[in-house]
Design a protein around this ligand. Sequence first.
Ligand SMILES: Cc1ncc(COP(=O)(O)O)c(C=O)c1O
Length: 463
Amino acid sequence: MNDRSLVTHSGADAARTAALELAAERATAYLAQVSTRRVSPDPAALKGLAELDLPLPDTGLPPADVIGLLDRVGSPATVATAGGRYFGFVNGGALPASVGASWLAAAWDQNVALRVMSPVGATLEEVALRWVREILGLPPEAGGALVTGASMANVAGLAAARHALLARAGWDAERSGLFGAPPLQVVVGDEVHVSLLKALALLGLGRERVHRVAVDSQGRMRADAIPPLDDRTIVCIQAGNVNTGAFDPARAICDAARDAGAWVHVDGAFGLWAAASPLHRHLTAGFELADSWSTDAHKWPNTGYDCGIAIVRQAADLRSAMGSSAAYFTPGAQREPSQFTPEMSRRARGVELWATLLSLGRDGLARLIERTSAHARRFADGLRASGFEILNEVVINQVLVSFGSADRTRAVIDRVQQDGTCWCGGTEWQGRTAMRISVSSWATTEAEVDASLRAIIQAAADS
Ligand SMILES: Cc1ncc(COP(=O)(O)O)c(C=O)c1O
């Protein structure tokens, strides 16, 4: 169809063009200066946020005015996570292909619930999931889903586990719920990530109704401390501890679980991506033997927010846990995205994930993992050389540093954050207060690591 009579020449078209051109111009200008500005917003910018707290007007503003206001007031009040000197939490940057794809996807405004709603969204999601399975060395037949983040990927993976183990025991968890169901045992390491406990809570498996396994000095589960397993047990292991970056002994645990008929779920929010690098791949050995995996593309691979990934060895288990049907909502013969996800309507995350991975290629992803890990080692070496204690073995991109007493370490963290050269957060690690450095952005350069090191060492001298 190509009906010229349907072309509109209304003011709406001109207003849209003005708003989108302005947005592209302002976003490009923002990214051009983000590497030279302070990382945390200055107090004046934060005060300025009050200007956004308007009474909702009766008459709306022209879209370009809305974008202009957002940029003028909002951009200075952002945390510069898009630059190279943000080392907080485990926040990746967004590669240019991801940002550009996101702009296009926003213009497309696709709802990737069903293929019929967005053939392109469904296709890109499927291709990207295949690439992810290949990169991570996971079984080609495994099912997958794109969700908001590793938290929701943990929910999806554990929902599949709950389904499979209870189905084996003759119980239909989706139909009958958990009241009266055969009990399941859940095993976690003592350094389990809070999002996994939250997933257990959401699934009715209980945040505290878990067997916690003792860990070693790096937070790795001790394989010799695993309790007896059976076919009603879910064992949750980690690829990449949020503090140390350490990896659980996957092969020993998966072998024991397989013998017992237990299910192994991997929380690999960032660490699983070590598999992309020939230098770091050995750390992920054995994780491919698990039954479900949760990871994030918005962390180490630097796809923009938000993009979590759930993968389940038996696609049917994920589909049974997540599927739904209604008269108006008829799945086709091919993979239907929302039959594998908690949500129905959902944004087209596959567009950015596909674009990010295509722009990196296998080599680019490997270099990203290796470069950020080398930056982490440079931080650790520089801080150690200045007399500070590194509390973890720096195996990937995470560094924990103590500046002495808990009070002094906290004071240094405060000073670093105020100074604005870089941003690092704090944590408690096995009874010690520490500053966390997570090098997760493609944008970080060696010069930025050195400038950040100087700022941290100066903050310590002043504390
Ligand atoms: C090991 C681990 N699991 C899960 C999560 C939660 O990920 P998200 O915030 O993407 O839901 C994180 C976040 O840092 C993490 O490090």
